[in-house]
Design a binder for this molecule. Structure first.
Ligand SMILES: [Zn+2]
Length: 61
């Protein structure tokens, strides 16, 4: 089953660790916050490896 992925400015559905599927960087997000540009590979940033409208954060179970 495919995991749900998230993009920059999506609201975090639950607190936990999320992985950037581009570079495997893992960081914690808190429920109600918004996902950010990956600080390592800049996924989700204009000109980065993914564009701002593309999903790249997935939850680490
Ligand atoms: Zn990344």
């Amino acid at each position: 089953m495919a995991k749900t992925m998230y993009k920059v400015d999506d609201v975090v559905p639950k607190t936990g660790n999320y992985r950037c599927v581009i570079c495997d960087h893992i960081m914690e997000f808190k429920e109600g916050d918004k996902f950010v540009v990956c600080p390592v590979c800049l996924a989700g940033q204009e000109g980065g490896p993914t564009e701002p409208h593309e999903d790249f954060w997935e939850i680490v179970e």
